[in-house]
Design a protein around this ligand. Structure first.
Ligand code: AMP
Length: 216
């Protein structure tokens, strides 16, 4: 089963994917997390990607598609988070899945007003050790700057700064938003309101996944 989560930066894709991966046994494939790990490991993919991440720009499609292609096995259960992000990546994914005779079962678009996305990115904090996501308003760490889970250092992601998050939202509107129309015509696309609290968003996502599983 393959489920794609679309949504602007700050819409909670990562948080929800972690919850759903645990609940349903999906493999969570988050291209942003993979790039950050590759950059931390100083790998060749990391070296190619780091300037794009820093500037809030998209990594070129060819690099992203090649990286994801090595990670999708036929018959696997995947939650795709942050990929595809352009129509070219979506057609690349379709070709990849055709070769392994797999299908996209569900595409969810997490909707969120732009001002709320900016507010969330400004208050988001991330553990540099395990990647756990906190929020200075809704989910502060118990000890300031220290991860509740692994005691790693909790910081603001460089690309969550005010200037870069505004740039990322522009990139999202220009390049990623057109995917909603693409998947509306190509797949089973469902919209979920991401401005609700995280438990309600999780419940809504679980309901659409359960419905898609029934029809899979
Ligand atoms: P995210 O963690 O999903 O917000 O992604 C952080 C950054 O990683 C983005 O701003 C891009 O620079 C890069 N990135 C992640 N996924 C993709 C993708 N599918 N295509 C291009 N760039 C990506």
């Amino acid at each position: 089963m393959i489920v794609i989560l679309l949504g602007s930066p700050g819409s909670g894709k990562g948080t929800q994917c972690k919850r759903l991966a645990d609940k349903y046994g999906f493999q969570h494939l988050a291209t942003g997390d993979i790039f950050r790990a590759e950059i931390a490991a100083k790998s060749s993919i990391g070296a190619k990607a780091q300037d794009y991440l820093k500037a809030g720009k998209l990594v070129p499609d060819s690099i992203v598609i090649e990286m994801v292609a090595g990670k999708i096995d036929p018959g696997g259960k995947y939650l795709l988070d942050g990929f595809p992000r352009t129509v070219d990546q979506a057609t690349g994914l379709a070709g990849m899945l055709k070769r392994v005779q797999a299908n996209i079962n569900l595409v969810v678009n997490l909707t969120l007003p732009k001002d709320e996305a900016i507010r969330r990115m400004a208050s988001r904090r991330t553990c540099s050790g395990c990647g756990e996501v906190f929020n200075t308003i809704t989910r502060p760490t118990q000890v300031e700057g220290v991860c509740d889970k692994c005691s790693g250092k909790v910081v603001q992601r460089e690309d969550d700064s005010e200037a870069t998050s505004a740039k990322r939202l522009m990139v999202f509107e220009d390049l990623t938003q057109p995917l909603v129309a693409y998947y509306r015509s190509e797949s089973n696309l469902v919209e979920v309101d991401a401005s609700q609290n995280p438990d309600k968003v999780e419940a809504a996502l679980s309901a659409v996944i359960d419905a898609a599983k029934g029809g899979a």
